[in-house]
Every structure is written in structure tokens, then in C-alpha cells.
Design a protein around this ligand. Structure first.
Ligand code: UDP
Length: 238
């Protein structure tokens, strides 16, 4: 039996590194497929799904510029990396029978649709998963900000930030046994305590539009569906 959820439309944000598996670079197709199954199980609940996938598993603008590359050029390379991840996810979702569109903030019509807001909304209404690629299309931003921007534009009820841990802690729970989990936290606390939820511009954009951010673990099978049905451990930033 499919569990029930009150959510109708959500944004799922994952980092590029989530697609890497145990590797240190690039894409691990079985991991992409595992996450696609998580998305499929939420799609089966009737939820309309937007996705933003980072590009850090392939290229980060800041790393490029630290090695002498022009920052804006390096950032465009990072945005192109997110397109590759989006295409990998599209392929995995469609092989599971979930219809999906990749919508790019940078025009590349042979590869992905251009971003046209009302067209994207229509895809969602038709229960197609929309993967928003190429970030915001602007250098000096991140895919966290892109996820927040698109979530606002698509009128998502929340951003679900899938990570390796089941929420926000006062320190890294992987290395500190006494780390304290926060079930609820405010945007301002995230900013003032410099907690690594999303970058500051994304948090501010979510705060200014009252868009909740739900941080949860994508490691356990069924985790995404469970969180949408109100089960499991997570942190709600609001
Ligand atoms: N990027 C950008 N503008 C955007 C989104 C991303 O310039 O709107 C670039 C930036 O260089 C960033 C890279 O794309 O480092 C990859 O995105 P991000 O670091 O957010 O990926 P993640 O950490 O989520 O894998």
C-alpha cells in the first residue's frame, strides 16, 4: 500500500556528490539508479517533483578559479557539469518508466528544454519530473540557490535537501558522537551559527519567501518517501 502525504509539489535538491557512490569523481550509474528509485516511489504517491542536482562531482567553479582559471568561466563549467548529472538522472528515471524533462537555464536546445516557467508548470501538472539544470544560469551562484529560486517559481511547498545525514546537527555527527540533532531550526539560526545546510544566499531566499527546507538522509532505502509521509528523523528549517 502506498503511504499518504499532504505534499502536492516539492523540490528535491541533491549535490552532485550524491551521484558519485564510493568513487571520488564523476557518476556511478548504480547510485544514480538507486536515487531514481527513491524519486519514483514519491512520484507513485502522486507528488509533483522538481529536482536540482549539483555539479560538484564533476567540477566546482571555486576549485577552478583557485587554480588560476577565470572565475566566471569556471562557474560556467560547473553549470555544464550539472547538465551532465541531470541527463544521467533523466535516463535513470525514464528507464523506470517515470517521464521526465531536463530544463536548462543555459540554452542548449539539442540537449535540454530551455527554461520557460509556464511550460515547466505544465510538465509538473502532467506528472512529469522536472530536472532544472545549469543552476541559475549565472556565475557566482550555487545550485542551492537555483533550487530555492525554482522552488519559489514553481510554487513548491518545501525544498527537500537530501544529504548523507538525517538532518542538521550542532557539529558533524560523522566525527562527533555527542553531536546534537535539531528537529526544528530557524533560518536565522542556520545563518548565525554558520550551519552547513545550504549556502547563505539560498537560506536568505528561502527565508524571505517562507519556503521550508527539510534536511533528510538519502542513504536509507525509502527515506524520501518516508519523510514525505511524515516518518523518520529530519530537520525542518523554517
Ligand atoms: N554554478 C554557478 N551558478 C549557478 C549554479 C552553479 O556558477 O547558478 C556553478 C558553480 O561554479 C558551482 C558549480 O556550478 O561550483 C556546481 O554547483 P554546486 O557547487 O552548487 O554543486 P553541488 O555542491 O551541489 O554538487
Amino acid at each position: 500500500e502506498t503511504p499518504r502525504t499532504t505534499f502536492k509539489r516539492v523540490m528535491l535538491k541533491i549535490s552532485g556528490e550524491a551521484l558519485m557512490g564510493d568513487a571520488t569523481y564523476g557518476l556511478h550509474p548504480p547510485t544514480v539508479e538507486r536515487i531514481a528509485r527513491e524519486v519514483q516511489s514519491v512520484h507513485d504517491m502522486g507528488v509533483e517533483i522538481c529536482m536540482v542536482i549539483g555539479g560538484g562531482n564533476i567540477f566546482r567553479g571555486l576549485q577552478g578559479s583557485a587554480q588560476g582559471m577565470e572565475r566566471t568561466t569556471a562557474d560556467y563549467m560547473g553549470m555544464l557539469a550539472t547538465v551532465m548529472n541531470a541527463l544521467a538522472m533523466q535516463s535513470a528515471l525514464e528507464s523506470l518508466g517515470v517521464y521526465c524533462r531536463v530544463i536548462s537555464a543555459i540554452r542548449m536546445d539539442e540537449v535540454a528544454e530551455p527554461y520557460i516557467r509556464r511550460r515547466a508548470v505544465r510538465h509538473l501538472e502532467k506528472k512529469r519530473v522536472c530536472i532544472f539544470a545549469a543552476g541559475t544560469g549565472n556565475p557566482y551562484f550555487t545550485t542551492d540557490t537555483a533550487a530555492t529560486l525554482r522552488a519559489n517559481e514553481m510554487a513548491c511547498e518545501a525544498i527537500f535537501k537530501g544529504t548523507k545525514v538525517d538532518g542538521v546537527y550542532d557539529k558533524d555527527p560523522m566525527t562527533h558522537e555527542d553531536a546534537v540533532h535539531y528537529p526544528d531550526i530557524t533560518y536565522d539560526e542556520v545563518l548565525s551559527k554558520h550551519l552547513k545546510v545550504m549556502d547563505a544566499s539560498a537560506i536568505a531566499l528561502a527565508r524571505d519567501n517562507n519556503l521550508p527546507i527539510i534536511v533528510f538522509s538519502l542513504e536509507e532505502p525509502g527515506g524520501f518517501r518516508g519523510i514525505l509521509a511524515g516518518q523518520g528523523t529530519y530537520t525542518r528549517v523554517h
